[in-house]
Structure formats: C-alpha cells, structure tokens
Design a protein around this ligand. Structure first.
Ligand code: NAP
Ligand code: GCO
Length: 267
C-alpha cells in the first residue's frame, strides 16, 4: 500500500477530548473503524462511564478518563497515565468545547473567559502536553475542531467566535512550529451539526413550527439539512492518516456548502 494513499489508522492511538457523545464520539467511532485505539476524556466520571458503555455498544473498547482540559496539571497527569496504560498518543483531536449565547454587552467577563478557556486555552494545553512525545516518536497528528465562527461572527457568540478564530491561528502556528518534526496540525470547521450543543437552535416552537434559526440554516445549506456528527468522521480519518502527511495548517470546512451559497430565496 502506497503510504500516500493509506487511510488506515491501524496501530495508532487517538486521544479525542470531550468525546462521551456528540461530534467527538462520532469522530472517535470513525477513527476506531479505521483501526485506531480510542482514548477519550470528559469532566465527570458518570459521563466517562456512559461514554465507555456507548463505545462498547458500538463494538469499541475505548479507554476513558476523567479530566478537565482547562486544568494543565490534570492534562499533564492524563497524558502521563495514557502513555503508561495505553501508549504514546499519535493523534490528538481537540474537540472539547462549550458555547455561551449571550449578547456581548450583557456578557460577563467571567463567562467570556470561561469560553476562551475551554475552546482556546485547552487546545493549547493539551497540544503542549502531547507534542514532546510526538517529536520523540517522529510523527504526530493534531486536529483542532474549529467552526464556521472561525470565519464569521453572529449575534450572541462573541466569546465563541473569538475562541474559534484564535483556534484557527493556533492550528496554523502549531503547523508552522512543529512541521519539521513530521507533526501535522490541521483544523476541521464543521458547519451546523445536530448535537446537544445546537439543540436550542432547533427547538420546535410553541405553534409547532421550526425554530427561526433552524429555518435559516436550512435555507443557507445547499443540501437543505443540518449536518450529522457522522459527516465529520471521514474528514477526521483523512487528517489523522498518512494520506494527509503533506496537508498542514489547513482548516477543512465540512459545512454542506453553507460558505459557498448565498441562500435560498424565502418562499
Ligand atoms: P457538545 O455536544 O456540547 O459536546 C461537547 C463535549 O465537550 C462534551 O462531552 C463536554 O462534556 C465536553 N467538554 C466541555 N468542556 C469540557 C472540559 N472543560 N473538559 C473536558 N471536556 C469538556 O458539543 P458538540 O456539538 O459535540 O461540539 C464538539 C466540538 O465541535 C466543540 O468544540 C464545538 O465548539 C465544535 N463545533 C460544534 C458544531 C455544532 O454545530 N455542533 C459546529 C462547529 C464546531 P460535558 O458534557 O461534561 O460538558
Ligand atoms: C451558533 C452555533 C454555531 C455552531 C458552529 C457553527 O450558535 O451559531 O452553535 O456556533 O456551533 O460553531 O460552525
């Protein structure tokens, strides 16, 4: 098999942060399907347990750990534990993330900082913790889960857009600084995906109609649908595989074409 068309992840260990459910879970499932050993973390033991059960149900023997990715000591502890119990991490997916939808002038600095902490500081902390072993091993893949808000703003998501815009540039900087060690760092920019994070934007209205934002996204997406978390699995496997060894510092948008489309005229 020519290395450049090798999409297999056999023999590779992948850490996906915040992957008990949602996009992280879907990416982990796809990577397991390509042969990777899955390691994931979540903040609460009960969620880690639920995640392990869900992976088992999917036929995956995942390794789950409790860890708050904003806590540098806890992250360093996690990486040490994983290296001794599972092995050196070949693939890191910085997936854990939160959003707070608050008009900016009503948002407290505390809330703003919390979003930046999880969505930007944590990918820095976890990447910093895994890169030294990747350098020793002679290869590594880092995939940061960015967002359309790495490119666009919208009402009420100032902290999230600032974090995801920063995450795009952190991705490019890691690519620049560590490319010489055969470490590739890229981003995936999902469009609007149906997960718990976007559930409030899809709530059925009291009159039984779709949420106005739901209708807006449908009109802006050529495929006329929200993305599913599973739509991100293939792109993630590609960026985690040997086949993407010369792809570095890129953000791969998986948005169903929203960014290419002016939008359907309202009927
Ligand atoms: P989600 O359903 O809210 O899941 C987020 C996950 O991150 C949860 O497992 C959560 O655990 C975990 N997490 C949050 N804070 C953490 C922390 N400090 N330490 C460890 N784990 C933490 O979100 P999602 O929709 O799957 O999104 C996953 C990623 O994709 C996020 O980075 C998000 O910004 C990004 N994204 C989502 C969309 C979308 O449309 N859904 C689009 C673009 C980008 P808890 O349940 O314990 O909080
Ligand atoms: C929002 C949504 C978005 C999506 C995603 C789009 O409130 O606009 O939550 O931010 O989560 O990031 O790519």
């Amino acid at each position: 098999m020519d290395k450049k068309t090798n999409f297999s992840l056999e023999g590779k260990i992948a850490l996906i942060t915040g992957a008990s459910y949602g996009i992280g879970f879907a990416i982990a499932k796809a990577m397991a399907g390509a042969g990777a050993t899955i390691v994931f973390n979540d903040i609460k033991q009960e969620l880690v347990d639920k995640g392990i059960a869900a992976y088992k149900e999917a036929g995956i023997d995942a390794h789950g750990y409790v860890c708050d990715v904003t806590n540098e000591d806890a992250v360093n502890e996690l990486v040490k534990k994983v290296e001794s119990e599972v092995g050196v991490i070949d693939i890191l997916v910085n997936n854990a993330g939160i959003i707070k939808r608050i008009p900016m002038i009503e948002m407290s600095a505390k809330d703003f900082r919390q979003v930046i902490d999880v969505d930007l500081n944590a990918p820095f902390i976890v990447s910093k913790a895994v890169i030294p072993s990747m350098i020793k091993k002679g290869h590594g893949k880092i995939i940061n889960i960015c967002s359309m808000m790495s490119e666009f703003g919208r009402e009420t998501v100032s902290a999230y857009a600032a974090a995801k815009g920063g995450l795009k540039m952190l991705t490019r900087n890691i690519a620049s600084e560590y490319g010489e060690y055969n470490i590739q760092c890229n981003g995936i920019g999902p469009g609007y995906i149906a997960t718990p994070q976007t559930a409030p934007l899809r709530e059925i209205q009291p009159d039984g109609s779709r949420h106005p934002f739901d209708q807006f996204i449908i009109s802006k997406t050529p495929a006329g649908r929200w993305g599913e978390a599973s739509d991100l699995g293939g792109p993630a496997v590609f960026l985690a595989s040997d086949a993407s060894d010369f792809v570095n510092g890129q953000i791969l948008y998986v948005d169903g074409g929203i960014q290419a489309y002016i939008g359907k005229q309202p009927s």
